[in-house]
Design a protein around this ligand. Structure first.
Ligand SMILES: Nc1ncnc2c1ncn2[C@@H]1O[C@H](COP(=O)(O)OP(=O)(O)OP(=O)(O)O)[C@@H](O)[C@H]1O
Ligand SMILES: [Mg+2]
Length: 366
């Protein structure tokens, strides 16, 4: 969707900040104060006492607006602050400062109103009681939301059918595999038919087929009614690209870019992306970015085989010749050279300076 002056915001945050106390430092200080064995008397004036607990900044002034009807993605590496942001919006955590609204309600002042309109699913969560079946568990959750019992069972059966989970309807929770449990949790998110649904890594650890079904289902669900909104987090680039109307790239608690996947890719302008497969040699990110025309570089090496993969964002084709010269000087053999269509992965590398791998780790030079 394109946002306009008349857009109704389903989610809005203003300079949202959340810090956490660094527990390791707090402990050190406590230990020093109380006396710590034979050295306790001296420790009070020692280095541990001076070490002031540093607050760890998980969210660093996040201002976002998500329109009603949007499927909006938060894309970022492990520790970027995605779950923290979702927890604040879902009224599970307070911000340290700043404000947030869901469907116009302030999450701190009107948490009860917000709760009525939302639902949240986290990949890998462990909800439910082992001795209940899948269908019983989902029904139980529906009753927490005050749904009519028969209507709830109708919805549950329909959702299980769509997600391909019908055969497990009468399986006890304790017998579910991790992936099956995730499917059940996913269905739980939709049973209450929320206005705003938060999906925290919905396809984490699921196989390709199930992930595809889930992505398609979420898209269809949000587009079926104009007042449904989804905020999802992911570190899968392709997922964000394929599903989301708009994406916010978030790193170290800050939003670095926010736009549609197409516009984000266009923002690279005339830059292009190159992938190199290399054998042997010592190609470094620093060495690559020192080449004129190379803007960003990320190198991952497989220690066992000595093979490396380099992804580069180049500003001009003139960089290719010196690039190949540098690789040869490093003693590396070029196994494959690809100039490719720009993807969200390249946008991430270009903006954040690091490449995001499939586990959510960001590697590369700043
Ligand atoms: N309860 C907490 N106490 C202390 N630090 C926390 C707490 N919750 C989160 N953090 C820290 O805040 C930062 C952001 O965490 P968060 O879980 O929001 O990241 P994320 O983007 O969801 O990462 P992931 O992709 O791994 O799920 C991390 O460095 C994390 O260690
Ligand atoms: Mg998370």
């Amino acid at each position: 969707m394109s946002t306009t002056d008349t857009t109704v915001w389903a989610i809005r945050t203003e300079a949202l900040r959340r810090t956490f106390r660094d527990k390791s430092q707090v402990k050190k200080k406590k230990g020093a104060k109380n006396g710590d064995g034979a050295n306790g008397a001296n420790a009070g004036n020692g280095a541990a006492e001076k070490a002031k607990p540093q607050d760890f900044v998980a969210l660093d002034g996040v201002s976002l607006e998500v329109g009603e009807g949007e499927l909006f993605g938060l894309l970022g590496p492990n520790g970027a602050g995605k779950t923290t942001l979702i927890k604040i919006l879902a009224t599970l955590m307070y911000p340290t400062s700043g404000r947030a609204w869901v469907c116009g309600y302030d999450v701190q002042e009107r948490p009860g109103q917000v709760k009525k309109l939302i639902n949240m699913v986290s990949g890998g969560e462990h909800s439910g009681y082992g001795s209940l079946t899948v269908r019983e568990t989902l029904w139980m959750f529906s009753q927490f939301y005050g749904l009519d019992s028969r209507e709830a069972l109708r919805r549950i059966d329909e959702l299980m059918e769509i997600i391909g989970f019908k055969d497990q309807a009468n399986t006890k929770i304790s017998k579910l595999s991790t992936g099956m449990r995730q499917k059940m949790n996913f269905i739980r998110g939709f049973v209450s038919d929320p206005r705003v649904l938060f999906l925290d890594e919905p396809t984490l650890g699921l196989d390709v087929g199930v992930s595809r079904t889930i992505r398609a289902f979420v898209r269809d669900w949000v587009k079926a009614r104009p007042d449904r909104t989804v905020l999802l987090t992911t570190h899968y680039m392709a997922e964000a690209d394929e599903m989301c109307d708009r994406v916010a790239i978030i790193d170290s608690g800050r939003v670095l870019a926010c736009d549609s996947p197409a516009n984000l890719k266009r923002s690279l302008g005339r830059d292009s992306a190159i992938e190199l497969e290399l054998a042997g040699g010592q190609v470094s990110e620093g060495g690559l970015t020192a080449i004129r025309g190379v803007r960003r570089a990320s190198v991952t090496t497989e220690p066992a085989s000595g093979k490396s993969e380099a992804t580069l964002i180049i500003e001009e084709d003139g960089a290719v010749q010196p690039l190949l010269g540098y690789v040869a000087d490093c003693g590396a053999q070029v196994l494959a050279f690809r100039k490719k269509e720009v993807t969200l992965e390249d946008v991430f590398l270009s903006i954040v300076g690091r490449k995001l791998d499939e586990n959510g780790n960001a590697n590369g030079n700043h």
